[in-house]
Design a protein around this ligand. Sequence first.
Ligand code: ZN
Length: 177
Amino acid sequence: MKPNRILSYGDPRLSVKSTEVTRIDQKMVDLVQGMFELLYIVPGIGIAAPQVGCNQRFFVFDMNRRADPGGRTPVTVINPVISAKEGSMTGEEGCLSFPGIFVPVERAFRIEVKGIDMDGKELVLEGEGLFARLIQHEMDHLEGVLLSERMTRWDKIRLRKEIRAIEKDGRKGKNVF
Ligand SMILES: [Zn+2]
């Protein structure tokens, strides 16, 4: 079944460590398609499976989204592993599960990630800047680690009302499958 919404912070499914994908079946193909449909509606560039209630290790993204809003460069990464990283950068980061919140987060500047694609073929991607940030952010989701755990204590205090409001909504989250 296709996902119809993105879970908000507060939903317990976002805090679970996801398990490896062992089989790319029709259910997963439909799910991935639904995730891209969502991605092209919401103002985001990536969605991790836990954000649609599926605790399996994969995420989808489209880096082209900002440069060319009409263009489509969909990428799915299954069972990703970060194989190299270097440097560091601090920049604004947001998350679809924390609508309206952007906070500075420190990440590695350059990253290489290995995984498999929807055809079951090995995939190696590398890049820096926004790409590196996106990959590290989505990988966090697969570990059940959320933006709220990456922000500084000061940002947590400064944004506590907003975060609490999102959490309240998230707790009421319905199962979308
Ligand atoms: Zn996120």
